[in-house]
Design a protein around this ligand. Sequence first.
Ligand code: NAD
Length: 589
Amino acid sequence: MTPPAPPVTKRRVRGDGVDLAVYEQGDRSNPTLLLVHGYPDTHAVWDEVAGRLAGRFHVVRYDVRGAGASSRPFGSRRYTFDYLMSDMRAVLDATAPERKVHLVGHDWGSIQSWEAACTMPDRFASFTSISGPCLDHVAHWMRRNLARPTPANLRRAAGQAIRSWYIYFFQTPLLPELLWRAGMAGPFSKALQLGEGIPVRDGHPARTMARDAAAGVGLYRANMIRRLRRPRDRRTDVPTQVIVPTRDLFVSPHLVGGLAGRVPNLSLRPIAAGHWVPRSHPGVVARWIIEHVTGVQGGPLSAAESRALARARVGGNRRPFEGSLVVVTGAGSGIGRATALAFAERGAEVVAADLDLSTAQRTAELAGLLGPAGHAFQVDVADPTAMEDFAKSVLHDHGVPDVVVNNAGIGMAGAFLDHTADDWQKILDVNLWGVVHGSRLFAKQMVERGQGGHIVNTSSAAAFTPSRALPAYATSKAAVLMLSECLRAELKGQGIGVSAICPGIVNTNITRTSRFVGQGKDEEERSRQRVARAYARRGFGPDRVAERIVAAVRDDRPVVPVTPEARLSYLASRIAPGVMRRLARLDVG
Ligand code: NAD
């Protein structure tokens, strides 16, 4: 049972011409955390996070000027960064004199915390920014994108410009204040509930929201346009982690691009969440603050925590999957190996698992050369106990994976009446149960971690191409496809994507290991060689499937037929199933 959070004591601190309501929680002899709230919130937006941290930190919060129980100065001139910095200094002097504190900001609290981390770095031991960029960095980022107007850069710049619609609106004199006072607080709370799934609770949104929001418009008027037009050269050496909600409706996740040039000690923590992540994922936010602070202090971390922290650190040249942990089964050969290497090439740390340890080791070695690190595991995906142990080891040694590719599989061809019960058992154990175990065990870890993720299951074009030659194999792959669709529906709400990959004919070792049931040894060997030659002639390599797998994760695609014949079959199975049934009768064995 978690112990109850220590009580909160309230005091008043004199800021720059204002009275600030300051809230302290936890033992003062512990390291101090300063949590700064955004707009239109009060200190109470942090309740859940603060409650989780107050056992090991001295947690300080305050209502910024204009909000909650602090004074509301009149006129936007009183909301410039200069005033905000004086207020923050006053709070620090009163609550943590002569010591460096760990700063955490959300939304406008993060915007002003960037100003603090860049202009008074001596006061801070670390900084965690959530959904509130440095305005000067945003201005430089916009200019960089517009100076190189490639379609991607223009899309990113436009994406942020659209997300900032309310900033332009807040520049209108009086109207925003009138709207807030006329009752916009109610619809706002409803939108928060419907849009982000954040229920109204005591303290948030605050009862004072209409007044807070009307006064807080001053933050936008006093600072936004001025800084965006004439940005300063803001940099900081304070160890900084940026929590990046990838579904933020107001702040584009792309804004972190190029940040490493201005913040040398930078970690990024993407999370599949909306803007109010301290309310929607307080456990994750608290854990990341603890890890970041502990890492900065050089304190003890578990092996998995250290690795997660190391992955979050940003090098100079950021690659798309840098900071991600990717697990691939059947990674010793073919599509699995190519996928492991494709992720490694894009910056991911890779766990390569296979029945054959030596081939998994080779993949891990290559992944380590292309990316930050590769690790090999020997596991039989058909064995539930071995898979439990495997999932536990990954969790313990490396942390929760961000992407899991359940790819291990075997081939089996021949007439249905030639398949024995053992044949069925074998193929379903590997092709279906292997995917069930991998999805079940790792999805559970992803859900518990609460940061989203992605599961890729290798199905096949056989899943929607009936054939008298592949009854067991096609059945196993059809089941994988349906499992993936069901799982996708279930995990959507948790920010976990699920993709089924359906390759056609791909030149791999599968032809050399497939079973041809109902055939004697020699005949089976001849069949293998014949099919291997046909697959080689087809000439579609596993690296091209790997590219599609990476793209499926990036774009969160549900079903991905790979190769032209797979795409054609997929289409035909939907618009002309009768034709597919007729083709299924052909004897291609
Ligand atoms: P492959 O034989 O080259 O690689 C499969 C790997 O899985 C091998 O390294 C093998 O050791 C491993 N493996 C087999 N059984 C295992 C088990 N029980 N536990 C752990 N690892 C195991 O074949 P591939 O073509 O790369 O196949 C990968 C996946 O793609 C399979 O699921 C396959 O059904 C699917 N697929 C392949 C094709 C194709 O044309 N090659 C087409 C559609 C789908």
